[in-house]
Design a binder for this molecule. Structure first.
Ligand SMILES: Nc1nc2c(ncn2[C@@H]2O[C@H](COP(=O)(O)OP(=O)(O)OP(=O)(O)O)[C@@H](O)[C@H]2O)c(=O)[nH]1
Ligand SMILES: [Mg+2]
Ligand SMILES: [Zn+2]
Length: 311
C-alpha cells in the first residue's frame, strides 16, 4: 500500500477531486473516515491536506485529514446544529459585497468577519459593482454604508482593508489580482454579489459560471453550487464558493464573542465585571464606548444579534 499527501480541490456528492503529484484524482467519499458520526457535516473540506492510500488494485482512498492551519466554519441552520467547514488552510478571506443590487448587508459582513477573527484569518472587504453606484442605479444602503467610500472608511477604521471593484468597468481588478497573487484565498459573500465574475475578470479564460440576480428577491440564484480551489496562472490559489445567506457560529461561548470585534477588545477592559455580557450590566466598557462613539451602533447591533444565538 502506497501512501502520500494530496489537497482537496472540490467535493461533490459521492467523490472529491484531489490534487496529487501534479494530477487531479477523483477519490470516493468512502472509508472509515466517513462512517464516524459526529457533529461535523463532512469530515473533509476544500483546502484540506489529506493522507491518501492506494491499494494494489489502484483504488485511492482518503485515510486521514492532516491538521488544519485554520478553517472558516459556520453552524448549519435548523435543529441539531452541526459544524460546516467552508474551507480550510487559507491565507486570507476576501469578503465580497455589492454596493447595490443586492444591497450592502452590514450584519452579514460583521458575522463573517467574526468567523475570520475567531481563526485569525486576515479579512479584506471587496466592494463590488462600483459601476452601479457611479450610475446612481438602485437604492443605496443607509448611512454610514451609502457609498463605497463611506463603507471603506468605516471598515478600514476597524483595521480591515477594503477595495472597490467592478467586473464590468475593470475598476480595481489589477489591485485584486495583486491581493490574490501567491496566496491561498477564499472568496465569500452573498449570492449574486459577483464573486465568480470577479475571478473571471482577474483570470481571463477561467469561465466560471455566473448569472443574473433575481429581480424579485434582489439576490443571486446560487449559481456557484460547490466550492472549488482554483490555481491562478499568476501564482496562488483561490477558492470560489457558493453564496451564503447567513453565517452563524458553531459552539461559541458568550464571553468569547467580544474578542472577535477588534474595537471591542480595548473597550472590554473597562467593564466592571469579568463576565460582563455588555447588555444590562452597570459600568460596562462597551456601553461607554458606544456612547462616546468609539463603537458604532451598527457593530453593536451585529454583536447583539450574534449574542442572541449563543447556545
Ligand atoms: N453591474 C455589475 N454587475 C456585476 C458586476 N459583477 C458581477 N455582476 C453581475 O452580477 C450577477 C451575479 O454575478 P455572479 O458572479 O454570478 O455572482 P456570485 O457572487 O458568484 O453568485 P453565486 O455564485 O450565486 O454566489 C451577474 O449578472 C453578473 O454579471 C459588476 O461589477 N457590476
Ligand atoms: Mg458564483
Ligand atoms: Zn461590558
Amino acid at each position: 500500500m502506497e501512501e502520500s499527501t494530496g489537497r482537496i480541490l472540490r467535493i461533490d456528492a459521492k467523490q472529491c477531486l484531489v490534487a496529487f503529484q501534479g494530477k487531479t484524482l477523483a477519490v470516493p467519499l468512502a472509508g472509515k473516515l466517513f462512517k464516524k458520526k459526529n457533529r461535523t457535516k463532512r469530515p473533509v473540506a476544500v483546502g484540506d491536506l489529506v493522507r491518501l492510500s492506494t491499494d494494489p488494485s489502484g483504488e485511492t482512498r482518503i485515510e486521514e485529514v492532516l491538521p488544519r492551519k485554520n478553517r472558516l466554519a459556520r453552524a448549519t441552520a435548523g435543529e441539531g446544529k452541526r459544524e460546516q467547514v467552508l474551507v480550510a488552510n487559507i491565507d486570507q478571506c476576501l469578503l465580497v459585497s455589492s454596493l447595490r443590487h443586492p444591497p450592502f448587508r452590514p450584519r452579514l459582513v460583521d458575522r463573517i468577519l467574526t468567523g475570520c477573527e475567531r481563526e485569525g484569518i486576515p479579512a479584506i472587504l471587496i466592494l463590488n459593482k462600483l459601476d452601479l453606484e457611479q450610475q446612481g442605479a438602485g437604492t443605496p444602503a443607509k448611512p454610514p454604508f451609502e457609498s463605497a467610500v463611506r463603507i471603506a472608511e468605516f471598515y478600514e477604521g476597524l483595521g480591515y482593508p477594503c477595495l472597490a471593484t467592478s467586473s464590468v468597468t475593470g475598476a480595481g481588478i489589477d489591485a485584486l489580482r495583486e491581493l490574490l497573487r501567491d496566496k491561498v484565498s477564499v472568496v465569500t459573500g452573498l449570492s449574486g454579489v459577483g464573486k465568480s465574475s470577479l475571478l473571471n475578470a482577474v483570470e481571463p479564460g477561467l469561465s466560471l459560471l455566473t448569472s443574473e440576480i433575481s429581480d424579485k428577491h434582489l439576490e443571486g440564484r446560487h449559481t456557484t453550487t460547490s466550492s472549488s480551489l482554483i490555481p491562478l496562472s499568476f501564482g496562488g490559489h483561490v477558492v470560489d464558493t457558493p453564496g451564503i445567506r447567513n453565517f452563524a457560529h458553531f459552539q461559541l461561548e458568550a464571553r468569547e464573542l467580544g474578542h472577535y470585534f477588534p474595537e471591542f477588545r480595548e473597550a472590554e477592559e473597562g467593564c466592571a465585571f469579568d463576565d460582563c455580557s455588555h447588555t444590562h450590566e452597570p459600568r460596562c466598557g462597551i456601553k461607554a464606548a458606544l456612547e462616546d462613539g468609539r463603537i458604532h451602533p451598527s457593530r453593536y447591533a451585529s454583536f447583539l444579534e450574534l449574542l442572541s444565538e449563543v447556545q
